[in-house]
Design a protein around this ligand. Structure first.
Ligand SMILES: C[S@@+](CC[C@H](N)C(=O)[O-])C[C@H]1O[C@@H](n2cnc3c(N)ncnc32)[C@H](O)[C@@H]1O
Length: 324
């Protein structure tokens, strides 16, 4: 009897879950079509949604307990889904990479602002060219809109690339134009609960995404679970001073063995300096004035607190290579 009621409850729960997912997709599609006709209006509405969400996610929720963390992951997802729609509509060009970028030397000319995040992918995935990725299977966690995955799959001749991201909108964009691209696969999923039962990967890649995971220990446990003894975990993110030792201890506790650790803050700052002027112009042209400061922080222009923190050494950009 009890089982019957439980099953009935589960059936209706799954039914409503499916319906609400369907409704969200219709809503998102309507937003996109509507925006073609009333671009500015949509941007305004989306920003009105984004700003309180941003404040809630990044300022208030870290003070709460585990429930708050779970809630913050949900908000994070809404945040990235909405941001993808805003960016898609605000800019004529694609902005498919979403990391702060990497420059090998200070005075390199940058023609396209997407070149520095491209460099980040090429540098981190191959560990500065020292790892041969040809014929390997690679899982990228937090793959964003898939631009990095497509790049490294082609460049390094991977046998198989799988990208996972929390945002449905990012996965929709990543899956566009995939015809003929054998061996590339993008899925919606959560870094703290990876959707693989038995599969193991030769390389696990994570670029500038882990700072958004409410429980970093869960992520490291999941990474360890999908690695085999010869796998490599190529990992890069920014960390505030007090986070470095906490994260390193959590990785150790999960069974990850540190092979290399490089502070690449200066390479990231060089990239931010070289791209700041172009980003500022784009933001000032395409984004409503009241939201410009907020988006500049997200883009890391040189007048943003993010850049100042990196320059002052209060926040570091660190590249790790782990095995198990
Ligand atoms: C700053 S973007 C970086 C994206 C990409 N790695 C790049 O460099 O272009 C961070 C990405 O992490 C994703 N993300 C955040 N939390 C996640 C989670 N729990 N699981 C998987 N992806 C997540 C976001 O949706 C976003 O696409």
């Amino acid at each position: 009897m009890k089982e019957h009621f439980e099953n009935q409850y589960l059936d209706s729960f799954n039914y409503w879950k499916r319906i609400s997912k369907f409704k969200m997709r219709i809503l998102n599609s309507m937003l996109i079509y509507y925006s073609i006709f009333m671009k500015k209006m949509v941007l305004f509405v989306a920003f009105c949604k984004l700003i309180p969400l941003g404040i809630l996610t990044y300022v208030l929720l870290p003070f709460f307990n585990r429930k708050g963390r779970r809630f913050s992951k949900r908000l994070n997802k809404i945040w990235f889904d909405s941001l993808a729609i805003v960016i898609q509509n605000a800019s004529e060009e694609s902005a498919d990479f979403m990391n702060y970028g990497y420059l090998f030397q200070e005075n390199i000319n940058v023609e396209d602002i997407q070149d520095t995040p491209r460099n980040m992918y090429l540098h981190i995935a191959s560990n500065g060219g020292s790892v041969n990725l040809s014929g390997k299977s690679l899982l990228e966690v937090g793959c964003g809109k898939g631009a990095g995955g497509k790049l490294i799959h082609r460049k390094f001749k991977l046998e198989k690339y799988t990208g996972i991201d929390l945002s449905d909108e990012h996965i929709v964009i990543a899956n566009k134009g995939l015809k003929g691209n054998e061996g590339l696969n993008f899925l919606q999923g959560d870094a703290e609960n990876l959707p693989f039962d038995r599969e193991k990967f030769d390389i696990v890649l994570n670029i500038e995404s882990s700072h958004q995971y409410p429980n970093i220990g869960h992520f490291y446990n999941e990474v360890k679970r999908i690695m085999h003894p010869n796998s490599l975990f190529m990992y890069v993110d920014f960390f505030d001073e007090n986070e470095i030792s906490t994260c390193e201890s959590a990785a150790l506790k999960a069974g990850l063995v540190l092979q290399e650790k490089t502070n690449i803050t200066k390479n990231v700052c060089w990239a931010l300096e070289k791209t700041s002027e172009t980003k500022t112009l784009k933001i000032e042209k395409g984004i409503p004035k009241f939201a410009q400061r907020f988006i500049k922080e997200w883009a890391g222009t040189i007048d943003s607190p993010l850049y100042e923190k990196l320059m002052a050494g209060n926040r570091s950009y660190i590249h790790y290579v782990y095995t198990i």
